[in-house]
Design a binder for this molecule. Sequence first.
Ligand code: AMP
Length: 479
Amino acid sequence: MTFNDLQIINPILKAIELANYDTPTPVQTETIPLILEGKDILASAQTGTGKTAAFAIPILQKLYQTKDQQALRKIKALILTPTRELANQISENFTRYSRFLNLKNTAVYGGVHQRKQESILYKGIDVLIATPGRLLDLMNQNIIHLNQVEYLVIDEADMMFDMGFIKDVNKIIESVPKNRQTLLFSATISKEIEYLAKDILLSPIRIDIAPEVITLDVITQSLYIITKKQKTALLIELIKTENIASVLVFMRTKHSCNKVVQELEKAEIKAEAIHSNKSQAHRERALLNFKKGRLTVLVATDIAARGLDIKALDVVVNYDLPETPETYIHRIGRTGRAGLSGRALSFCSYEEKSLLRTIEKHIDQKLTMVDHPFSNEALTAKFIEKPKQKKVSQPRSNKPISSKPNNDKSSNKPKRYAASDKSPYKPKSNNAYSNTATSNKKSKSTWQKSTNNKPSFNQKTYNKPNHNQTNYETKNNAR
Ligand code: AMP
């Protein structure tokens, strides 16, 4: 399947070629034809699957084909997304695909002064990407009117609920004409998303795309047993001795992010932090500097890093182990992308031992324990699992039970755990698509579809064979 097969018009094909996209990803193959046909969509698809292009390309195509070149620009497409970072990324995508179309887009979000956003809006735009709070603000000030909107996209709907934005989202939807095409994207489809879908979508087609499978095989996962206090010193040591050029460091708290950045700067390592206390301008600048290679280290909390699209990242460091194994996989998946191999280094203190065990159990492999300049034998020994002794039922006797001496001298030394090579992370969802890569060289991504196609949800089979779409009629189709 090529983009050409998807009936994409030439000016967009040219832009896609310049973006170096070779073949459409599964979510693109599934949704682009349906959106071009005018269908409403409920799609479970995460960031990383290519979902932005899946809605941006057909929306741009339809806008271009119906555009009156003489008329003033009016907001014809509205994309709602929960965070500023995602808003910017979506806007970049629209700009990339519309470079030969004479269609304009902009992103509006809170945390920055509204004047600049206002002046862009006054000049006229075709596509608006917005976070709900700032959009409502601008609507209340009569700066934005949504009465010409024909395409509405709710992106990351589950995150909208998590972040408490859903009331604002509903208010915004009420201001959009009912005669529109609506696309709802969510990483997971919970009951509340289904209810929302019933309210706002008209005879939608459901599409389930499993998250990007993070192929753990291409990521070297190392474990550094270390005391809490020595973690920063270890980070500095590794960056310097191994000449690491770009490293994303994950930390639990905003405060510790700032502290580590200060220490790195003292050691003459260029570093910046991104977290929710930093201004939007700071976060954008830090991200740009990091992407351009002007920073060696970007220190981030999980929330700030969610959805960030950073290519060609050498190393991810789990300075603090995450609370959930899913977060661990998400973090280390920032490396080993786009056909490159990657490294994930996890710093683990004694207090984090149980988190480590949960992660190892979840991924079904042991992280490789590495010796380092701050290794401490006593601490390391606490992480070495003693082999479980089989219980042998002894006949009752008066003799004392003698225990076998342990001849394995190596058990006192730190062990190197070999990472199993046969257990790539497999999502628990129905359709696994993996962006696999096996070599160190940059190679084109291949997207594979797994055969494990169990239907979920209250689905009826859509009329295409071997298809994981569902055309489900809602009980209440009224918008
Ligand atoms: P998204 O899931 O929309 O955040 O996209 C994730 C990344 O995949 C972005 O860097 C896109 O530029 C990239 N991407 C989207 N579609 C394709 C494609 N067909 N081929 C290669 N990369 C793509």
